[in-house]
Structures are given as structure tokens and as C-alpha cells.
Design a protein around this ligand. Sequence first.
Ligand code: UT7
Length: 340
Amino acid sequence: MFKSIIAGVGHYVPENIVTNDDLSKLMTTNDEWITERTGIKERHYRKNRNDSEETTAFLGFKAAENALKNSNLTAKDLDFIVFATLSPDYFFPGCGVLIQEMLGCETIGALDVRNQCSGFVYAMSVANAYIKSGEYKNILVVGAEIHSFGLDFSDAGRSVSVIFGDGAGAVILTASNDENKQGILATNLHSEGKYAEELCNKFPGSKFGWSDRVLTEPNAVSADEIYPTMNGNFVFKHAVTRFPETIMEVLNSAGKTLEDLDMFIPHQANLRIAQFIQKKLNLPEEKVFNNIQKYGNTTAASIPLALSEAIEKGKIKRGDLVCLSAFGSGFTWGSILLEY
Ligand code: UT7
């Protein structure tokens, strides 16, 4: 059976930086509240909220170009794409096909994954299964989001809007049967759909009859349907329970322990969640990588964006045991354990 090796990782964020002070000009908030509750100091938004060029697929494309560069492969070498996002360019089709065109790949398959904060973990798990089975050899896995176009910048939306940012990350997974390379050792995926509405975006959704309402009734769609809503405390409590469970599960599956771990990269939802997990599992601070301070929560992009930066900064080296874990809307959660 083949093993899935990381050939290259890359990331990309729009240039435009938005600080907590910038947000305090749009809504009643302040740097102290945001920093204390989330650890976030700034995030990147595309310059123009209504830009039709710097889209989610475009960010993913730029991250993919960087990942390809770092892997010494070209777009022509790819034989499958998995694209994770909750903020696609179109309601349909997904971003996978758009990036296939942007990269100039052959007419390879392109799959979109709709698993929000866990999207990248789900996407990696799918790609890993394809590679292990021998179906595909070089798979591009992308996580990308443009959140800034769809947030409620009024006071009603402030507890959600201050958290999110735009960005993208990408990984090239490649098949190997080299005895000296381990690659992905274990994965797990979970869901609990009874909590779907605890963190969701209702519009546009078939449950809410949106097309008829929008076309026939003026002001038919309310702000809490158009914008993402979150029961923050509830999500927080579930996150700090599920993260340690999925981490221990993936370590056990591979016969590894917490002591074996060189680096843990949690989905960048909230710095306080990451710190809680670190303390609960008794992990040394230097073995948990966070960059939410600079980017906010970039949902499906957060893990590959953090992985890419951690590698760039030399905090992860070839052969290191790395755990990637996520929890979020769905609820969905899961982990990937890999030897880089
Ligand atoms: O990535 C997907 C998974 N997401 C997560 O894991 C996020 C989990 N949840 C969280 O990170 C936190 O719940 C939040 C950061 C979203 C919110 O923090 P919190 O400590 O749960 O705050 P809260 O919503 O309970 O609000 C506390 C107070 C409220 O005021 P009162 O009612 O106590 O007077 C809010 O109105 O803070 C107020 N508030 C704000 N104040 C200033 C809420 N948002 C803001 C704001 N600025 N942006």
C-alpha cells in the first residue's frame, strides 16, 4: 500500500491588514475585549469587500502555486484536487473546478469539501485514502476562505465578525512506497449534526425557502439568516472536550503518545481554546503552533496556513511527528497524525 507524503506546503493571504482598532470604528468593540477573549490582534481582508477577482478560489490558487513551488512539482503533475471552503465563489459549482482552470491542470477530478472549520482535516483524510488505495499519485489539498464579504459588522454580529479573517493554505500530498518515509500515520473524523444550528449560516439554504422569499417579499431574509450565527459559549465548551478526545484517538491509532509529538497544530478558532487544550494535555508551549493573532479564524484555511508558516519558520522539520486537529460547525471534528 502507498503512503501519503507531504511534498510541499504553501499559503497566501490578501495584503490588506485589519486591526482590532479598525473594527472598533465599525462596531462597538475594542482591542482589549478581542485580545482577551480570542488572542486575535489583526486579520487580513481583501481590500474591496465586493471584489469579484480576489475570490476564495483565487486565494486557494495563490496558495497552491506556492505549495507546488515548494514541492518541485507543476500543475501538470497533479491528478486530483480536494478544495475545502465554506465561502465558495458560487453557491455552485464549487471552488475545485475553478482552481483546476486557474492552475491549468489537465481535466483531473476536483472535489469540494463542505466541512467548515474541520474542512481541511476532512479534505486531507479523503486525499490520504485515495493515495493509499493507489487511485491517485499527486493530490492538491486546499483550504481557503473569504469571510470578509459576508460578516455582520453591526453590533448585533460583533461576537462573530471580530473572529474571522480571509486566507488560504495548500498541501501537495504525494504517493510513496519509500520505507524511510511515513507520511500520514492515522486519521479520524467525527460529526454530531444535532448541533447544526449552534454555528451556521442559513442563507442560502433549501430549508429556508430563500429563493421564493427573496424574489417575492421585500426584506424577506433577516440578518440572522444572511450572516453566520454562533452560540459562542456552547461551541467553546464542546471544542475543549472534543479536541483532546480526537488527539488522543489519533495518537492511539498510530501507537504513539503525547510525548512522541513534536508539534500540535489546532484549527485556529480561538487562542484561548488552543491554550486550554495545551494545558489539559500538559503539552509544552513550544509544541503548539498558533498564528491566530495575525490572521484570525480562517476556518478551512487555518490549519494549512499555520502548517505552512510553522515549516517556513523552521518550527517543523522533516521527520517530525505532527498532529493537525479541528473542531467546528456541524459539529464536526477530527485529526490527522503525520510524520512530516
Ligand atoms: O471556528 C469554529 C469554532 N468556533 C469556536 O470554537 C469559537 C468558540 N467560541 C468563542 O471563541 C467565544 O465564545 C467567543 C470569542 C465567540 C465569544 O466570547 P465569550 O466569552 O463567549 O463572549 P460572549 O459571547 O459570552 O459575550 C460576553 C459579553 C457580552 O456582553 P454582556 O451580555 O455580558 O454585557 C457580549 O455582548 O461580551 C459582549 N461582546 C462583545 N464586546 C465587545 C460580544 N462580542 C463583543 C465584541 N466586543 N466583539
